[in-house]
Design a protein around this ligand. Structure first.
Ligand code: NAP
Length: 544
């Protein structure tokens, strides 16, 4: 025996005992009992059942607050709680809907301990920001979190789920699923890596998420990567209010705050505008190839270091004045200047069936809806960069895509256009879509060849439309901003509109509509705003 081994062993034992005493005291201070119901298959005590019994009994030895009951799967309690797999642990099922499918062994012991402490406290212990998010949940969620005992990241995600289930037992049913014990479920949900979280069968998180990000994902039923804190302020005073959270607005926000101007960005929909819907971006300097959503996340994280972002609220009206009053759906902003960076939205074909089948085979977003068409036949309508990029994206994900273009030449850049034949994407030239038809979903399109005058029908499962954008100028028009002949905001070389104190940047100005031009316009507009706030040109005009 090596010298000192005895002392080391002794020290370890002391530390362990101190830890146990601390746990006993913590459990003793909890106000609630912790009922645990273990369900097992009669006559089939496998390794998971044994482990489950050992873990719950070990915890039971620490405190009499834990009350264990064990039932077979054919017991009426199993029917009552709809339990059909062994082992399943229900934690205080009269109050919460939390079930553990497997044994809380290894790393999962940490999540299980946290579960019991939270149930014993009767409190979720969520952060204030998280509480604001979860209180908005108004439809039920069945949450499945796939974990494994050897995964050190899993407890964080499991605890996120536990806290949510404890905070909103009226809305959240949680299943923590050990992929080793339930390989069938892991296979069904393609949970080939852990942790993986689903809500109502939608993947909402891969890997461990920050608590607030997990709850936003749970609320929105889509994976979020960034959490934007919510504000309850009814009135917000700023120097600059930026309307629109795309590349132009976010860049402008970074620049104005760095110039010392108090700034807010208001975005009614998803941040990032059209870029967030672009499958792959290959022409933004510094990124040889980056997913549109990834680029947006990077921009938003950067902008959040400076500027406060108010997402999910729409500007309704602007009252002019030296200090302008901007009413949104949630509050009032008082501001010296406004930057309109409202972007542009996709154009419609305007043919029969387009509106009726929107969301049922007609789509304007290949990134969003492409996976639903894997192995199926679709057309992509358009001849610009968007149509070609998205057709390539669909092809790569296994969709049978044909491009339909109204002329005999593409508008898209050659570097993109050349990839169509390289990827065996057929193009139907000189052809317009005249109608979209089907019963419940898209089944066929009527095509008109402008060269031959021929009308044909083509059987398809989907119609993707990428035929350009229309500027989002409803608000601009409402407040008397002049538009140019193409319907975009008229502005001078410094991004000033005809209304003093109101500026524009990005796609709403027309022009090239590139991410890099939008960010440049945002930066330039921000610098003009800074100079005008220091030295207002409209006051000089009055004085002269
Ligand atoms: P776009 O460049 O305006 O192209 C629109 C395409 O749709 C054109 O080919 C046009 O045909 C066709 N079209 C328009 N109205 C139509 C109708 N009613 N029926 C059938 N076809 C119709 O629009 P975009 O491709 O969406 O691109 C918008 C901007 O974003 C552009 O500046 C583009 O360069 C940029 N963008 C860049 C990238 C990139 O660089 N990776 C990716 C996407 C978008 P005609 O050609 O006959 O007019």
């Amino acid at each position: 025996m090596a010298p000192g081994t005895n002392q080391t062993g002794e020290a370890n034992r002391n530390t362990q005992q101190a830890f146990i005493r601390q746990l006993q005291q913590t459990f003793a201070s909890l106000p609630n009992e912790i009922p645990l119901f273990l369900f097992v298959q009669k006559g089939r005590d496998d390794v998971y059942v044994d482990a489950c019994r050992q873990v719950v009994r070990a915890f039971r030895e620490l405190t009499d607050k834990i009350k264990i009951k064990e039932y077979y799967l054919d017991h009426e309690m199993a029917r009552k709680w709809k339990v059909d797999s062994s082992p399943t642990l229900l934690i205080d099922p009269e109050r919460y809907n939390i079930r553990w499918m497997g044994a809380p062994m290894g790393e999962e012991g940490r999540s299980f301990l946290e579960a019991m402490l939270l149930v014993g406290m009767g409190k979720s212990d969520l952060s204030d920001q998280s509480l604001q998010v979860i209180r908005r949940l108004d439809t039920p969620r069945t949450v499945k979190i796939f974990v494994s005992p050897t995964c050190p990241y899993c407890p964080q995600q499991a605890v996120n789920g536990l806290k949510a289930a404890i905070e909103r037992p009226d809305m959240i049913a949680l299943e923590i699923i050990d992929i080793q014990c339930r390989p069938d479920l892991a296979e069904q949900y393609e949970a080939h890596s852990v942790p993986q979280a689903y809500a109502n069968d939608v993947l909402i998180g891969q890997g461990a998420q920050q608590e607030e990000v997990f709850l936003s994902s749970l609320l929105k039923l889509e994976p979020q990567t960034i959490f934007i804190p919510e504000s309850t302020a009814k009135v917000v005073d700023v120097d600059v209010l930026i309307v629109g959270g795309g590349p132009a607005g976010l860049t402008a926000g970074i620049y104005t705050v760095r110039s010392g101007l108090k700034t807010a960005v208001v975005e009614r929909e998803a941040l990032g505008g059209q870029v967030a819907l672009t499958p792959v971006v290959e022409n933004y300097p510094g990124f040889a190839q980056v997913g549109g959503k990834t680029l947006v996340d990077i921009m938003v994280s950067h902008a959040l270091q400076y500027v406060q972002i108010f997402q999910g609220e729409e500007v309704l009206d602007i009252k002019p004045g030296e200090i302008m009053e901007v009413a949104t759906t949630r509050r009032t902003f008082r501001t010296k200047t406004i930057l309109l960076a409202t972007g542009a939205t996709h154009r419609h074909l305007g043919v029969t069936g387009e509106q009726r089948f929107s969301g049922r085979g007609v789509s304007y977003c290949a990134t969003c809806d492409g996976p639903l068409f894997k192995g199926r036949k679709v057309i992509m309508v358009g001849g610009g960069n968007s149509a070609v990029t998205e057709a390539l994206y669909l092809k790569h994900m296994g969709v049978q895509v044909t491009l339909v273009h109204r002329r005999d030449k593409l508008r898209a850049q050659d570097v993109l256009a050349n990839q169509l034949p390289q990827n065996d994407i057929p193009v139907i030239w000189n052809t317009e879509v005249k109608a979209i038809d089907g019963k419940e979903r898209v089944e066929r399109v009527t095509l008109f060849n402008s060269q031959t005058g021929e009308t044909t029908e083509m059987a398809v499962d989907g119609v993707f439309i990428a035929i350009g954008y229309q500027p989002a100028v409803a608000l601009a028009k409402k407040i008397g901003i002049e538009l140019n002949e193409d319907g975009y905001i008229r502005h001078d070389a410094f991004h000033r509109t005809n209304v003093p104190g109101i500026y524009s940047a990005g796609d709403v100005e027309g022009g090239y509509k590139q991410i890099v031009t939008a960010t440049g316009q945002g930066a330039a507009a921000a610098m003009t705003i800074f100079e005008d706030i220091i030295n207002p040109y409209w006051k000089q005009d009055k004085a002269s």
